[in-house]
Design a protein around this ligand. Structure first.
Ligand code: HEM
Length: 326
């Protein structure tokens, strides 16, 4: 109940602080006359899938991130095809496509050719966070769907967990996102899971030293080694936030502060002063009203990320089905 009040406050603050972002030609309530039930349909669809499988929330949030960083937020990640983004290595574990397809089918029945797949992704990510006890925010809409989806582009734009802080920063910077946005958005790892294979190298023979990554907290190292044995199954799933993988809160940052980050890229946020200060700020503010801070900043950063290189007006198209160009 207390959290619901906080999140209501987040919405009010966003609205009052001019965060009605009409940025990049998008505007909140874009479908209010052309398809008034659009947002409600996306929400009820996400909710129905979430009730069957709460892990889908993390999948949908990540899906939107992967869409936005390659060709902008234009649904290019949804296209099916041998050489489409979806088949690139960084996208192989990405989930939630069936939720988007489900919402699109209902929307096409109600208002054919009106609601873009790109907007469904942005709305579904917001609803997924909301359902995980995180903040909600007004999503500016009006994105059009892209006509290009190429697997060969994906690795140049999506960050890898093995990359240096400088490389991660660069990949966010080319999308107009700064250190503050980067740290805040990576806070999405407060929900969801990773395969052992993405971090197992940290546990046994890090940078060929024969030793584990020294930045991992000793007690946590033992837990991770038990979960991901040296010769064990690399596809075993492990929570990115050891304390509350289904709850969207600030405990991810406390983990990073305490050496309990699972991915190397997560732990690296503590490795240099600029990003450490931001982590520390969120980590220190776990309780009571102060906990509001991460919620508010995350909502703002999501609106920014959701506006990357969007197509509007007569650009692109409104797909009939999300996995296929018209
Ligand atoms: C430096 C930037 C980032 C890197 C290197 C990174 C890397 C990863 C990796 C390796 C996984 C595990 C994938 C798997 O095993 O299936 C993951 C999961 C996830 N990522 Fe990120 N990520 C980054 C930023 C973000 C951002 C900006 C968001 C969203 C705003 C995000 C949302 C998620 C979510 C929700 C999961 C859990 C997915 C699930 O449980 O299916 N990540 N990320």
């Amino acid at each position: 109940m207390q959290m619901q009040v906080f999140h209501l406050v987040v919405l009010v603050i966003l609205a009052m602080s001019g965060f009605k972002v009409q940025g990049q030609g998008l505007k909140t309530g874009f479908y209010s006359s052309s398809c008034p039930k659009a947002e409600a349909i996306v929400k009820s669809t996400v909710e129905a899938h979430f009730n069957k499988d709460p892990t889908i929330a993390a999948g949908l949030l990540r899906l939107h991130f992967h869409d936005c960083f390659v060709q902008g937020c234009d649904g290019s990640v949804l296209i099916v095809g041998a050489s489409a983004e979806r088949n690139a290595l960084p996208n192989l574990g990405v989930r939630g496509f069936e939720v988007i397809d489900d919402a699109k089918t209902q929307l096409e029945a109600l208002c054919p050719g009106v609601v873009s797949c790109a907007d469904i992704l942005a709305l579904a990510a917001r609803d997924a966070v909301d359902l995980s006890d995180g903040p909600s925010w007004p999503v500016p809409t009006g994105r059009r769907d892209g006509r290009v989806s190429s697997s060969s582009e994906v690795s140049s734009f999506l960050p890898s967990p093995l990359e240096s802080m400088a490389a991660q920063r660069q990949k966010f910077a080319v999308k107009g996102l700064d250190d503050h946005d980067l740290v805040t958005l990576v806070g999405a790892h407060t929900i969801g899971q990773t395969d052992c294979l993405f971090f197992k190298y940290r546990l046994y023979n890090f940078t060929t030293t024969g030793n584990p990554d020294p930045t991992i907290n000793q007690a946590f190292l033992q837990q991770l080694q038990a979960l991901c044995p040296k010769d064990g199954d690399g596809s075993k799933r492990v929570a990115l936030d050891k304390d509350s993988q289904f709850k969207f809160d600030a405990s991810f940052f406390k983990n990073v502060r305490n050496g309990n980050g699972v991915l190397e890229s997560d732990q690296r946020l503590w490795g240099e002063a600029a990003t450490r200060n931001i982590v520390e700020n969120y980590a220190g503010n776990l309780k009571g009203l102060l906990g509001l801070r991460f919620d508010l900043e995350f909502a703002k950063a999501m609106i920014k990320m959701s506006s990357i290189e969007v197509k509007i007006g007569t650009q692109g198209e409104i797909r009939k089905t999300c996995p296929n160009f018209n």
